[in-house]
Design a protein around this ligand. Structure first.
Ligand code: GTP
Length: 598
């Protein structure tokens, strides 16, 4: 065991810059996966990915590489999750490395998550190997991107690796660069064991499997280990490395990266960021930076058919086996019946889980508009954490409401600064600062309520900047806001699942827009349906859905055919996701309308 021959590194990139393609190419070029198996390999890992829920999970693969100096090196490629929902997991993966390959698309240049990931790598004191990818594309501008990396990120880029992960050009150069520019692991083989968990997942046959980086000491088959943050203990049933096939080893030594089979039955016992030590000879201090992941976005999920409540519970239980960030509690709505209030890390996490519930578990669900967690301070000094707008106490009992704020960083070409300003100010954002990272890249920093970000902000940002803006955010803290609950009444009755919390100054306008939209969304019924928006019993806006005639198509008689087809499609779409509330049929779209601002 010679740590000087080990290199532990991650690949970091903005989404779509080619991280996965590059990882696959590295496995292929180092002969870990034969080219003809490549397709199969990729499919397999997608299966695992599916099984494990979502690509938030990092994995580690060891490849062997004989460098130009004639020596064989052990390269551990530690995968990081690619999306802004999962920044915390990225930082955990980086903590297991000495180096990071920073991939930048030669046609796109530096984007918001390039910057965010590069900052994380610098904060973790990693050696950074810049790589410019997709040089095979005609629109590639490697020289411009080099200059941009230097100006925007202050990372020397003259020797950046020029690469096409697609064709394989430059991958060999990358491996050389990793061997020469990334430091070998330090650490004390004779000290008490400290191993960082940077990933864990539940295997139905073997229990929880953790991916670890041994920082000090060593870990052997059969060892009695302890988890320093959760105080659980376990006996190691197996350990080794992924190549990517599993390879059992007698031990993992200082500097090594590998897997540990614990036999534990619950993934929440083996938390990402926790430190493993020996039960009998524990280390005195855990490794830095353990933190619980916290759900930020909450949604009510209700089965369309009442008999799917138990299957929904079972599906959620199954999914949370492998996803400690997924939390849920039972919820009852007057309008929608029994369901669950489910918490997610962010919108991407939410979308993936909702889709899996429907596709893999065959559930037909109605989802309320997502909401955030509010802290409500009552006059009697009590504080409640509110996940569901319908639970907001009467205003007379409330002393103050606080909502979560984010620090939002946007990268955009200078021409679009005005558009970003207009949009962000309309979303209650406070301007913090603006930096020219390069002549073509401006960084804008804002503080903004999370509730505004989840209202379609990203799509609006993209469309108002012709797709050029990119975004990154992190949780800032809670701040007091003047918030009220906006109720929606259908046929005179408030529909609890349609109510939402909004800033007082925006309630009137949103109420008006929303009633107009609902008027178009809610299908005509046999009777007239008034739609009202109200705050605290005071009606702010009203629209009416007229009673329908017998035949929906009758009114199209003589009209053009495309309109007729549209109507039929709309009817079909509506049938799929419709819930009778009182005696009014309400489609899923009505719930999502709350998020669309115009
Ligand atoms: P996420 O997994 O979504 O974070 O994306 P990623 O960064 O892993 O990117 P991925 O490897 O999925 O590549 C994104 C797209 O770029 C895919 O369509 C790839 O085929 C393409 N791509 C990746 N590398 C190259 C390259 O060197 N040249 C060209 N022409 N296309 C590439």
């Amino acid at each position: 065991h010679d740590p000087s021959r080990i290199r532990n590194f991650s690949i970091i990139a903005h989404i779509d810059h080619g991280k996965s393609t590059l990882s696959d190419r590295i496995l292929e070029i180092t002969g870990s996966v034969a080219k003809r198996d490549m397709q199969q390999q990729i499919l397999d890992s997608m299966d695992i990915e599916r099984e494990r829920g979502i690509t938030i999970k990092s994995q580690a693969v060891r490849v062997l590489y004989t460098a130009h100096d004639g020596k064989e090196y052990e390269l551990n490629l530690i995968d990081t999750p690619g999306h802004v929902d999962f920044t915390y997991e990225v930082s955990r993966s980086l903590a297991a490395c000495e180096g990071a390959v920073l991939v930048v698309d030669a046609t796109q240049g530096v984007e918001a998550q390039t910057l965010a990931n590069a900052m994380m790598a610098m904060n973790a004191n990693l050696d950074i190997v810049p790589l410019i990818n997709k040089i095979d594309l005609p629109a590639a501008e490697p020289e411009r991107v080099k200059a941009q990396i230097e100006e925007a990120l202050a990372i020397p880029a003259q020797d950046a690796v020029l690469c096409s992960a697609k064709t394989g050009v430059g991958v060999q150069d990358l491996l050389e660069s990793i061997v020469y520019n990334v430091s070998p692991p330090q650490g004390d083989q004779h000290a008490a064991l400290r191993a960082l968990i940077f990933d864990s997942y539940f295997d139905p046959y073997r229990g929880v499997i953790a991916f670890v980086r041994v920082v000090d000491g060593y870990l052997s088959q059969g060892d009695h280990i302890q988890f320093m943050a959760t105080h659980n203990d376990a006996l190691i049933e197996d350990l080794g490395v992924k190549t990517p096939a599993e390879l059992s080893l007698p031990s993992l030594n200082v500097g090594d990266v590998g897997f540990v089979v614990t036999g534990l039955k619950d993934v929440s016992l083996v938390k990402v960021g926790d430190t493993i030590t020996h039960f009998d000879t524990p280390a005195s201090e855990p490794l830095a930076g353990y933190r619980d992941v916290k759900p930020m976005v909450f949604v009510g999920l209700f089965p369309i058919e009442g008999d799917q409540f138990e299957p929904l519970r079972e599906a959620l239980e199954k999914l949370s086996l492998n996803d400690p960030a997924l939390v849920w509690e039972q919820e009852k709505s007057h309008a929608l019946g029994f369901g669950f209030r489910v918490g997610f890390l962010g919108l991407l996490h939410m979308e993936v889980i909702e889709e899996r519930l429907e596709r893999e578990f065959g559930l037909n669900l109605l989802a309320t508009a997502p909401s955030v967690e509010y802290k409500v301070y009552l006059r009697n000094k009590e504080c409640i954490c509110l996940h569901s707008p319908q639970e907001l106490p009467d205003p007379s009992e409330i002393a103050q409401i606080e909502e979560p704020y984010l620090t939002v960083k946007i990268l955009v070409p200078p021409d679009y600064v005005g558009a970003v300003m207009d949009l962000s100010v309309s979303r209650r954002a406070t301007f913090i600062t603006m930096n020219y990272l390069s002549p073509t890249t401006v960084e804008l920093v804002w503080e903004m309520p999370l509730s505004e970000l989840i209202m379609d902000y990203f799509d609006k940002l993209k469309s108002s900047t012709k797709g050029y803006a990119s975004l990154d955010y992190e949780f800032l803290g809670y701040k007091p806001s003047n918030l009220v609950k906006l109720d929606i009444l259908l046929a005179g009755k408030p529909v609890d699942a349609l109510s939402f919390i909004i800033h007082k100054d925006k309630a009137y306008e949103r109420g008006r827009i929303l009633t107009e939209k609902l008027k178009d969304i809610i299908p005509r019924q046999m009777f007239e349906v008034p739609i009202q928006a109200a705050v605290g019993g005071r009606v702010l806006a009203r629209e009416t859905v007229r009673a329908k005639r017998k035949d929906v198509l009758a009114k199209c008689y003589g009209g053009d055919i495309s309109r007729k087809r549209k109507l039929l499609e709309k009817q079909k779409e509506g049938k799929k996701r419709m819930k009778s509330i009182g005696n009014v049929d309400v489609p899923q779209e009505a719930f999502m309308a709350i998020l669309k601002v115009d």
